[in-house]
Structures are given as structure tokens and as C-alpha cells.
Design a protein around this ligand. Structure first.
Ligand code: SF4
Ligand code: SF4
Length: 136
């Protein structure tokens, strides 16, 4: 049974339309393990040379599905979607060097305040950015 937060995401998908989510090597390996051609469904990052991001198709992430008749959006990679997608709307604040909630782009950020306050989750975002993506 989806949580209220998951229901909000399934009706929203704003962060998947489009996306510039950076993909770590482990993310690319999981995508390939699902049978996708990584060279086709991902593209070089425009902001971070050497990294890749999902291809956008018609202003939507390649992996975004839906909505169906009266139904929600969903990610075709779920539950193996990229680490950054799992952690969003936690994002990195360059000014403070901390993980913060993205109040600018996530329209339902208030529903994520407890989620974003979890120290383990905040530490995980910094670990992914530092150790898997090498961008901080
Ligand atoms: S994290 Fe925020 S922007 Fe992304 S789908 Fe959920 S509610 Fe929408
Ligand atoms: S990989 Fe999935 S969760 Fe991430 S942006 Fe694309 S559709 Fe959204």
C-alpha cells in the first residue's frame, strides 16, 4: 500500500519531467541489468563531464511511464531507480555543504520534511555525491 508521500509522487512526477539526475556507475549497472541499452537510454551530463543522466524524451525522463487512464506516473526502474532519484527531494546545498530539502522544485516538499530531516538519509546523499559521483 503506497504511503501518502508515495501517492503524492505518483500523481506528480515533476522531478522526472524533465530530469538531469546524475547516474552513478552502480545506477548504470542496475539499468543495464534490467536489459536496457545504457548508451541509448542515457546521455552525457551537460553539467558534469564524464557522468551520464537519463535521456529526456519529449521533456520527460526516458524511464518515466504513465499516466494511464486516471492512473499515476511510475518509474520503469522502480525499485532499482537511481540513488539520486530515491533520495530526492533531498539535494546538495553548495552554500552550506549540507543536504537540504528542495523547496524550489518539489511542489510537495512539505510532505517530505520528516523524510528529509533523517540524518542517515542526509549522510547517504553526501556519500553518493562524494564517493559514487565525485561531484563534491
Ligand atoms: S519528489 Fe517532489 S517533485 Fe518529485 S515526484 Fe515527489 S512530489 Fe513530485
Ligand atoms: S529514473 Fe525514474 S525516478 Fe529517476 S527521473 Fe527517471 S523516471 Fe524519475
Amino acid at each position: 500500500m503506497p504511503t501518502e508521500r508515495e501517492k503524492a509522487c505518483m500523481a506528480c512526477a515533476a522531478c522526472c519531467r524533465p530530469t538531469e539526475m546524475l547516474l552513478a556507475p552502480a545506477d548504470l549497472a542496475r539499468i543495464a541489468a534490467r536489459g536496457y541499452d545504457v548508451g541509448d537510454c542515457t546521455v552525457p551530463s551537460r553539467k558534469h563531464p564524464g557522468l551520464r543522466e537519463p535521456r529526456s524524451v519529449g521533456n520527460r525522463c526516458y524511464f518515466l511511464e504513465g499516466p494511464g487512464p486516471g492512473g499515476p506516473f511510475w518509474c520503469s526502474l522502480y525499485p532499482d531507480h537511481p540513488a539520486g532519484c530515491k533520495l530526492y527531494p533531498l539535494v546538495y546545498d553548495e552554500a552550506t555543504g549540507e543536504a537540504v530539502i528542495d523547496k524550489q522544485y518539489c511542489p510537495h516538499w512539505k510532505a517530505f520534511q520528516d523524510y528529509a530531516a533523517d540524518p542517515a538519509r542526509r549522510a547517504e546523499l553526501l556519500r553518493v555525491l562524494r564517493d559514487e559521483l565525485g561531484v563534491i
